[in-house]
Unconditional design. Structure first.
Length: 571
């Protein structure tokens, strides 16, 4: 029985902790906290909740992931991938529904870790990951057009196509000041690294472009309002009331009906959270030369998603961009993640009221840049051009289903499609062919004679060879090949030396073929059966069906047995 694999990296990292490591973690934690601030606010608002809930998520979930996670450098919090899911759940089930779904997702994540399924999550096909990530990026970009351009719209349709039709219809209501701030924010964030290099602003190198854009555009909006009388630029304060006090933990009312209704959204949150956190941890391992514990990481993510909604937060997972920022600034233990949560807490308690002056167009610009980074368009195009048609089909199906419907449907259909295509591909790897007249011994591993180059097949004997796993799909191919000959042999030898395993479908097909052959008066002899396959044949009664003497270790014995049967029939 497997034991629970729960070994948080925090506790092993602090055993030999020193002042030098703390100094590095302190610097990295402060910088990551500053980087996380604008993203937490933007992700919260884009998800359909108030800005402080995004920061609360980063504080609570970030702390839990650093304390109980399986990676030394993972930084957790709200991410862009959850925007579409969270917004959809709130729209359909309300804030309470989101809270319950997140709690359920936390339980599912813990179960995945306890059941040692951390490594299985990694085997989700890459085309599905690229497809839904690119689809989420396009969806995020689409949701930000209204605020980016300052369009005057009472409500924005939830459907992707209807949304763009509404945008085009309302394009005349664009607010040029808001559009200038939004587009200017995108340009500033994109060009910030180049500006730092060009103007030798090394002291400002650690400041994220998103924070610089928020600071400058907030000042610009205030100056426009104060001195130019521009009041059309909508800010966070115009849409939300800012609350800078930490809420008390509140457990929502649970009912069996509500839990059943929210299983689908909760599974989606859990699967996406697991994929993103393990992907982030794997990328981090390659940079710092460490190995994360997948199962512990999932349990840590589950604990974070149990704690976050109790304080009004939203789903959280490992964030690749913030994790890489942590590594690049010297963070090497979970202490850096804890410091990042403390920095956000201090900002939340003492500076949160200032967030009301941030323009919504600027936050939209931040999310447009996030969407561009998520899109992975180079990987998408490379995969679409170079990969097999089956992979491209899964990629495009997942991408378009994510955009047109939602992520839950996209992942479900993508996985089903990928599994079906994989099964088809596996079935095609199994070859079944007839051997005519002579058997070439040069490549035979199941021969005992060493001086002969060929074995002649006796008259009245047919030899068929299975090359590969014998399971669904192979049986019908066998029947098609046997039907080509039209005549009825006395003995039918089935060479299974290259069959590594056989499943229940293959066993059923093989049994049917043996019984049909017996009805036709044809004796079936199996040759070269490996020990694992022979054990399965024994369990399924093949010695009684064929006779133990007709299950041979190699082709030499099988041909000798076939000759005996032919002689007995002639006698």
């Amino acid at each position: 029985m497997q034991t629970i694999s729960f070994k948080p990296k925090f506790f092993s990292s602090i055993r030999h902790y020193d002042r030098k490591t703390f100094t590095q973690d302190l610097m990295a934690g402060v910088i990551v906290g500053i980087v996380a601030l604008p993203l937490a606010i933007a992700f919260g608002i884009a998800s359909g909740v108030s800005p402080e809930k995004g920061i609360i998520t980063a504080i609570v979930a970030g702390l839990m992931i650093s304390l109980f996670g399986g990676s030394k450098v993972q930084i957790g919090g709200p991410t862009g991938a959850f925007i579409v899911i969270v917004a959809g759940i709130i729209q359909q089930y309300g804030i309470e529904g989101l809270t319950i779904a997140t709690l359920m997702a936390g339980v599912f994540l813990i179960l995945l870790g306890v059941l040692h399924l951390g490594t299985i999550i990694k085997y989700i096909p890459y085309p599905i990951v690229v497809g839904f990530t690119s689809g989420i990026a396009v969806t995020i970009f689409t949701t930000q057009i209204k605020d980016l351009l300052g369009l005057t719209m009472d409500s924005v349709p939830s459907d992707f196509i209807e949304k763009w039709i509404a945008y085009i219809r309302e394009l005349a209501t664009i607010d040029w000041w808001s559009a200038a701030i939004g587009v200017g924010s995108v340009a500033l964030i994109a060009s910030w690294p180049m500006l730092v290099r060009k103007f030798h602003l090394s002291p400002l190198k650690s400041l994220p472009g998103s924070l610089v854009a928020i600071l400058l555009m907030t000042v610009a909006a205030l100056l426009l309002k104060q001195y130019a009388g521009v009041t059309t630029v909508e800010t966070i304060g115009d849409r939300f009331s800012i609350n800078s006090t930490l809420p008390d933990a509140v457990m929502p009312q649970l009912s069996w009906e509500t839990i059943k209704m929210l299983v689908g959204p909760a599974v989606t949150i859990a699967v996406l959270g697991a994929i993103e956190s393990l992907l982030s941890a794997t990328v981090a391992d390659g940079v710092i030369g460490d190995h994360h514990n997948s199962n512990t990481e999932l349990i840590g993510q589950g604990i974070a998603n149990l704690a976050s909604p109790l304080f009004g937060g939203i789903p959280a997972t490992g964030a690749i961009a913030r994790t890489m920022t942590n590594i690049n600034n010297g963070g090497r233990t979970p202490v850096a993640g804890i410091i990042h949560a403390v920095v956000l807490l201090l900002i939340f308690l003492f500076l949160m009221p200032l967030a009301q002056y941030i323009p919504m167009a600027c936050l939209a610009g931040v999310l447009v840049v996030v969407a561009y980074g998520m899109s992975g368009w180079r990987s998408f195009l490379a995969m679409a051009r170079r990969n097999p048609k089956s992979d491209v089909t899964v990629l495009l199906m997942t991408f378009f289903l994510t955009i047109i419907f939602d992520l839950t449907i996209a992942i479900e259909f993508g996985l089903v499609c990928a599994c079906l295509l994989f099964m088809r591909r596996m079935a095609e790897t199994t070859e079944v062919h007839a051997v005519l007249n002579e058997i070439d011994l040069n490549q035979d591993a199941d021969m005992e004679r060493g001086n002969l180059e060929h074995l002649t097949i006796p008259k009245g004997v047919e030899v068929y060879e299975i090359n590969g796993p014998y399971f669904f799909g192979a049986g019908t191919r066998f029947e098609d090949i046997m039907a080509r000959y039209g005549h009825r042999p006395k003995v039918r030898i089935i060479r299974m030396r290259k069959v590594p395993f056989i499943d229940s479908t293959g066993m059923h097909n093989l049994e049917n073929m043996c019984r049909m052959s017996q009805k036709e008066g044809v004796t079936v002899v199996l040759s070269g059966v490996n020990p694992k396959v022979e054990e399965l044949l024994q369990r399924n009664g093949f010695p009684e069906l064929l006779g133990q003497e007709n299950i041979c270790n190699h082709i030499d014995l099988a041909l000798s047995r076939a000759s005996e049967i032919c002689e007995q029939n002639q006698a």
